[in-house]
Design a protein around this ligand. Sequence first.
Ligand SMILES: [Zn+2]
Length: 185
Amino acid sequence: MLDVSQPSVATSAMPFTPYHFGPGLLVKSLLPRWFSMIGFIATQVLIDCETLYYLITRQYPIHRTFHTFAGSAVAALVLAVLLIGLAAASARYVGKGAVSPRLAATLGGEVSKAGLVVGCLVGGASHTLLDGIFHRDVWPFAPWHQGIPFFSIVGPGDLQLLCVAAGLIGVVVLGVRSWLLRKAG
Ligand SMILES: [Zn+2]
């Protein structure tokens, strides 16, 4: 079995978290009303708090429960519930009519229940998948299966490039959508 107890084989030292945002932007551009980028990003940060904790305390492997599909889904759902509560509490302080209809339509998916649940869940699943390709100490299907089926199916450089490309495509599509909305309005 792979020995992930040593830092030398535990993971790449390069921080990978920001690369997750690329695919998130692409999904946001395709499903703007059904996908919360806020929920997506918050999930990436929460999941990598696990990595940070084990890095700081020098315990290996540094990718554990939150980096499995099951663990990331639970973390994502708990976070979605918290964010939905936060959005509902914030809404009480924003008067009706304070936000223009166009802005409300644009931001709707960011704070809606469906948008937050979808954004957090996609964030959790994509985090496990991408980290499972990038880091060899990620066991996506634990606790049922302790294997690394995704590791290195795409090289680290290519994976980073794909994430950046996805983000750029997402930004372009969002820009075009915004331009079309302004033109129509
Ligand atoms: Zn991670």
